[in-house]
Design a protein around this ligand. Structure first.
Ligand SMILES: Cc1cc2nc3c(=O)[nH]c(=O)nc-3n(C[C@H](O)[C@H](O)[C@H](O)COP(=O)(O)OP(=O)(O)OC[C@H]3O[C@@H](n4cnc5c(N)ncnc54)[C@H](O)[C@@H]3O)c2cc1C
Length: 323
């Protein structure tokens, strides 16, 4: 059986991130799931167990002395070494900035095909077939590669299910200093986390607000519903441009792409550029006072009404149900 690699970037405190399960589930559809982990030091037992619990049959663990200083180059080196030893049919990475950069550099090194932001992956007669959702979700595209492994970045939340839990076999190797040119990190500061809410891209529930909220003060209603649901807060570009929320919350073509289990759109018309970032959500709920708003074309549940009347009632009901 062929191997399929999943690059697992550990969290700053050394634990296995939630995204690992989806990457390994995708890899398991193609063959034997193999996790590739790059660290500056040893891997501890809980991390190895967690990788096995997420389905990694094998863990290819590379240590790199210059990992903290060399911007991503050691990770590309590690994946190139892993591809050489495991001869996989595919390499899956998270669709985040680092993941896309590593994927691109690896594809150039290997002369392989690369697809970004895939929403599904399957095996067809031993060939990995990756699916992307394009043009605002109006079309799906299936891609294969005709040489080398398929390199793909996977949209968070898009691949459902998990690989069977196993006991992972660990193979460790030290990476020699990279022969490739690399940018060098001279100093860095941790970003301040100012919210206890889930991170937007990885959230299983997202509540987004649009121009229909009418002001920054009113946008608190979106945050209240998000908190009642344990959801992340998103926004349309019109809401961002109007200054209701920072740009980091923008969902859509020029913002972030999300694929949560639940997406609630409040006072959002559903322009194609917004849909491009949320159309693959599993369940879409829209509240809009215009019955002809295009968001209702893709909503699973729609409420025609004023957000300032409907949303407080929903929050109240959620509170009652929780009591
Ligand atoms: C190149 C390009 C890239 C873009 N990228 C993005 C992107 O990444 N993300 C994005 O979102 N947009 C993007 N846009 C903008 C996009 O075209 C729309 O302009 C934007 O999505 C509209 O935001 P909105 O739905 O909040 O506002 P509107 O279109 O103004 O809709 C507001 C909605 O709120 C409803 N409403 C008003 N008051 C209430 C109320 N009290 N209760 C209930 N409903 C109410 C109205 O009926 C209306 O449907 C992009 C545009 C371009 C050209």
């Amino acid at each position: 059986m062929t191997n399929a690699l999943a690059l697992i970037g550990l969290t700053p405190d050394g634990t296995v991130p939630p995204a690992a399960a989806a990457l390994l589930a995708g890899a398991a559809r193609l063959g034997t799931p193999v996790a590739v982990v790059v660290t500056g030091g040893a891997l501890d037992e809980p991390t190895i167990s967690a990788l096995g619990a997420s389905g990694a049959r094998q863990v290819l663990h590379y240590t790199a002395d210059d990992l903290a200083e060399s911007l991503l180059t050691p990770v590309v080196d590690a994946l190139a070494a892993a591809v050489e030893s495991a001869q996989p049919s595919a390499v899956l990475l998270e669709n985040v900035i680092d993941g896309r950069e590593v994927a691109g550099r690896l594809a150039v090194r290997l002369g392989s095909g690369m697809v970004v932001d895939i929403v599904d992956i399957r095996d067809q007669d031993g060939l990995p077939v990756a699916t992307t959702s394009v043009l605002g979700g109006a079309y799906t595209v299936e891609s294969v590669t005709d040489g080398g492994p398929l390199i793909a970045t996977v949209r968070q939340g898009a691949i459902e299910g998990t690989a069977a839990a196993v006991t992972a076999e660990v193979i460790s190797a030290a990476l020699p200093p990279s022969a490739m040119p690399s940018a060098v990190v001279e100093s860095s500061n941790d970003a301040q986390v100012t919210s206890g809410r889930p991170e937007l891209r990885a959230a299983t529930r997202v509540v987004s607000g649009g121009r229909g909220l009418q002001s920054k003060e009113n946008f608190v209603l979106v945050e209240q519903l998000a908190d009642a649901l344990g959801a992340a807060v998103g926004a349309s570009r019109a809401a961002v441009d109007a200054g209701y929320v920072p740009q980091s919350a923008q969902v859509g073509q020029t913002g972030v792409t999300v694929s949560p289990q639940l997406y609630v759109a409040l006072g959002i018309s559903g322009a194609i550029q917004h849909r491009a970032g949320m159309q693959t959500a599993k369940t879409i709920v829209a509240i809009n006072r215009d019955p002809d708003a295009p968001i209702f074309d893709i909503a699973d549940f729609g409420i025609v009404g004023d957000v300032f009347t409907v949303v407080p009632q929903i929050i109240e009901k959620i509170g009652t149900a929780a009591r």
